[in-house]
Design a protein around this ligand. Structure first.
Ligand code: NAD
Length: 674
């Protein structure tokens, strides 16, 4: 059956799309729409047209699987033009989401009617693109400049009520009577005739555009697409329609063939790919998770618990002492209340989440949990002790997970009599915010346990990646060579601020030293102030533990603003003198070669050892766990852009041992991603 059918209702022709799951605007749909309009034009008895969709939504966008294939005509801009040029009024009947090309199709129609639950938007910017079927030119005419610039540059959809208020839709229909009301609306509009969007004057004040750009400068920093979207809306305010469309096309092509959109599309697909687990058949079914146990109510335990509470899953949280328990529960409440104060949660939602939390001092209270996550101190003996006790308490079939950052999951599993039920679930700080979850597959982890953990991640809105057991798994393992080199660079004459700036200019949210100060310079420190073997020991010995003590690699004022520290510089120079390092000027290029290239090198080792299933998983880890700029697609995607040969040459220049897989890529001109 064709994806597009037509129905006659008296003098109204209804064009219906049925292209599950989301009525994507693939070639067959575009051809069908074109044919539908031609059918309406050819029949004198047809006086008006309705375009609507069956299934759960109006056209929710382009068919992204077509992105990499040769174009099949008619292309969407032509189809939108054909609809707009129809000499009989055309009404779009919108339910679900009218997104991207879907909204542009609706803008080609002369009138729009929507159900109250509908959402309308142009999310192309999120893939580094812009709505290239006239969206940037028609939106300012129909929705007004202010809404158009915001919708195009942020990609955030708006609800039907707001669309009605700004004129993007003409009226609302009942949730269950859209089809009939759309026909009635079309019939009413016969007398008014067509109302092509292109013929409407642009609405609103062009001054809203620079004001918007300025207000959002930080949010858009580093990204090309928001500026291109803004430029197109701005063009609409001064150019005739056809010239505006030509400008939009030109900007679209620049983005489409640019590196940023390629990176953003790569991450879009990589995120979906990450959920697929090698070697697990369809016959494997996940275990039900109805109740979660949390051991430790510290930084991570609290944040991890919030994920489950927010998803409506009860959590029993265990601490050693009442004071720590009260503090942990207090922090969870405070975090929820802060969100509520910003209007993003209702007070009753805060109480509902808190009502699902059971604080306790008894590990025995975890007996009925389906999943227990441990987030106590990072110490093997302490973890082993807890897991062996837990083994005697947890019910058969319960999944036992550790949030360890570096420790060996197999060693932890070995103290239990159920290694098949043990794995790592490594969250990132702040755990209620960061999207990444590394799911660490132990040597004996059962397939259904792994599958369950991946499913749990989805339930709580995380992006999960499977990692193997190795020191630091994927993310932290790649952090280590970066940190080692960053410290060496200080000895040789670079400053913390210079190294950090290279990273923030690259697009990272912070550099290695800012990260140390945030996480705690004292993490992993031996805690003996008399034993000073390196700069880190020296900083810790004088209480420079990072932001929490007001000083680390930087000095912090009472608003936590960093400034370079003379004390730190003196310590660095003292050590440099002791090691006999010769101080010299370090170029930014050298910092890139010595801190970013080694990460790629480590990534190649991780991949070759099978600790990551695929290169794109490593990219997902860095984008969602550490804020690697999405427009650079993650370290392995970036390596492909930069060129493996260039990276190998850079590494060799500085005396690194190059990973065989990286070398092979360089020699064969191969790529890590596709
Ligand atoms: P934390 O010191 O903030 O919290 C640990 C909590 O565990 C403390 O409140 C402590 O009282 C409690 N605890 C210790 N032993 C216990 C026991 N036997 N029973 C019950 N409670 C016990 O530490 P954190 O930063 O939350 O780290 C916890 C774990 O998460 C560590 O393994 C760490 O490596 C890992 N991790 C930390 C981060 C991070 O950025 N902080 C990120 C990822 C993973």
């Amino acid at each position: 059956m064709s994806v597009i059918t037509t129905e006659r209702h008296g003098d109204v022709l209804v064009i219906i799309s049925n292209n599950p799951p989301v009525n994507a605007l693939g070639a067959a749909v575009r051809q069908g729409l074109d044919a539908g309009i031609k059918e309406a034009l050819a029949d004198d008895a047809v006086k008006a047209v309705v375009i609507r969709c069956d299934g759960r939504t109006f056209f929710a966008g382009a068919d992204i699987t077509e992105f990499t294939k040769p174009p099949v005509p008619p292309m969407l801009p032509e189809v939108v033009n054909t609809i707009e040029a129809c000499t009989k009024p055309v009404v779009a009947a919108i339910h679900g989401t009218a997104l991207g090309g879907g909204l542009e199709t609706a803008l080609g129609c002369h009138y729009r009617i929507a159900v109250p639950s509908a959402k309308l938007g142009v999310p192309e910017v999120k893939l580094g693109l812009l709505p290239g079927a006239g969206g940037t030119q028609r939106l300012p005419r129909i929705a007004g400049i202010e809404a158009a610039v915001e919708m195009c540059a942020t990609g955030t959809p708006i609800p039907a009520a707001r669309a009605l208020a700004i004129g993007l839709v003409d009226r609302l229909a009942g949730e269950d009577s859209l089809a009939d009301e759309a026909i009635a609306f079309a019939r009413e509009m016969i007398a008014s005739g067509p109302r092509p969007s292109r013929a409407q004057p642009v609405k609103g004040d062009p001054a809203a555009i620079p004001a918007f750009a300025e207000a959002n400068a930080r949010r858009f920093k580093g990204f090309d697409a928001p500026a291109a979207n803004i430029a197109c809306v701005e063009a609409a305010t001064r150019l005739p329609f056809d010239e505006g469309i030509a400008f939009e096309q030109q900007e679209f092509m620049k983005l489409m063939f640019g590196a940023q959109s390629a990176a953003q599309r790569h991450i879009f697909f990589a995120e979906r790919q990450a959920g697929k687990i090698d070697g697990i058949g369809d016959d494997v079914k996940p275990r039900p998770i109805r109740k979660v146990g949390m051991i430790g109510a510290g930084t991570m335990g609290g944040g991890i618990s919030m994920n489950f509470l927010s998803a409506g899953i009860p959590v029993t949280i265990v601490e050693q002492e009442q004071a720590a328990l009260d503090r942990g529960v207090g922090v969870i409440r405070k975090n929820y209340e802060a969100t509520a104060a910003k209007g993003r949660l209702k007070p009753e939602q805060v109480e509902a989440a808190m009502g699902l939390l059971t604080p306790t001092l008894k590990l025995e209270d975890l007996a009925d949990c389906d999943l227990v996550i441990e987030a106590i101190f990072e110490n093997m003996d302490v973890k082993k002790d807890v897991f062996s006790r837990l083994d005697k308490i947890a019910k058969p079939g319960a999944i036992l997970a550790s949030n360890t950052s570096y420790l060996n999951i197999d060693e932890i599993a070995a103290v239990t009599g159920r290694a098949q039920d043990v794995l790592g679930m490594h969250f990132f700080s702040p755990a209620n915010v960061m999207k990444l979850l590394e799911v660490v597959r132990g040597a004996k982890t059962a397939p259904d346990v792994l599958l369950t953990a991946m499913g749990v991640a989805k339930t709580i809105g995380k992006v999960a990646v499977v990692a193997g057991v190795c020191d630091g798994f994927i993310g932290n393992r790649m952090l280590m060579p970066r940190q080692v080199e960053a410290m060496k660079l200080l000895m040789e004459g670079a400053t913390p601020a210079q190294v950090d700036k290279v990273h923030t200019d690259f697009g990272m949210p912070m550099g290695p030293f800012q990260m140390s100060d945030l996480a705690g310079v004292d993490i992993g420190w031996h805690r003996d102030p008399t034993r000073i073997e390196n700069v880190r020991d020296a900083l810790c010995a004088v209480g420079r533990w990072g932001q929490k003590t007001g000083k680390g690699f930087y000095d912090y004022d009472d608003k936590r603003r960093p400034s370079p520290s003379a004390e730190v510089q003196a310590i660095i120079e003292d050590f440099a003198a002791k090691t006999g390092a010769v101080k010299r000027a370090i170029s930014d290029e050298e910092i890139v070669e010595r801190t970013l290239y080694p990460m790629v090198n480590e990534g190649a080792l991780i991949l070759a050892e099978g600790m990551a299933q695929r290169a794109s998983d490593i990219d997902v880890v860095w984008v969602y766990g550490y804020g690697w700029p999405v427009y650079r697609g993650g370290p392995m995607f970036w390596a492909d852009l930069e060129g493996s040969d260039k990276i190998v040459a850079g590494l060799e220049k500085h005396g690194f041992k190059v990973a065989p897989l990286l070398k092979e890529k360089a020699e064969t001109k191969g790529r890590f991603n596709r």
